[in-house]
Design a protein around this ligand. Sequence first.
Ligand code: NAP
Length: 239
Amino acid sequence: MTKVALVTGANKGIGYAIAAGLAAGGMSVLLAARDAGRGEQAAAALRGDVHPVVLDVTDPESARAAAEHVEARFGHLDVLVNNAGITGPRGVAAVDADAVRAVFETNVFGVLTVTNALLPLLRRAPSARIVNLSSSVGSFGRTTDPESPFASLPPSATYPASKAALNALTVHYAKELRGTGILVNAADPGGTATDMTRAWGYRLDRSPARAATIVVRLATLGPDGPTGGFFDENGQVPW
Ligand code: NAP
């Protein structure tokens, strides 16, 4: 039976490349985007069985409607990729708590909202996989290692803290779902040339297609694959 995958924030960047990669592997892909027009345009540009679906991860009603859409069309879900993400201002002492809250709303609470809305459909699949898009900036190991380039990045209470919280959420989903056949992991796609990093002023060479490879690998793990882990293309990332 053809597997069904849903990728959030898939109208551009790494999410779009993940949708392309999963569709190229033969899955039916629900390309989720918060804006209907952007989602339709992106889905139409991809090869394979790709369907746009509207999903704003910060809106529980939107997540519920997307889950109903998936249920009506496919009856189950094999792969959920929580890719949608935003950044926030740098700094800690001068940052307003509302700025932190806004980033957590998408990067953490959005993942919880979408995952919980889709879990009943994931439980119906024989061996579902959940992949959460994290980052090395959310790794305590890398951020506190003076030898790591991540130790010298500017302090921030927003994006890095949200990815650390997402890592914790990943571990606890894996704990709760142990024994169900559902494997849950966090992926670090690596510093990649997208609108997100361009907005930070970074000029990076890494393509979204390359960034997507670790995500596609975790989305297609065999039955003996890991759960509750954090991986980049080179292997395990320290928490
Ligand atoms: P991007 O190009 O800025 O794309 C972000 C995507 O998320 C867009 O499709 C955006 O939709 C969507 N999105 C934002 N808020 C949303 C919401 N409330 N509901 C639904 N979709 C929403 O970013 P990217 O670089 O591809 O990042 C993708 C993921 O990888 C993120 O989780 C990011 O933290 C992670 N990551 C990126 C890098 C990197 O170097 N780029 C490194 C590590 C981790 P709109 O087009 O409508 O805004």
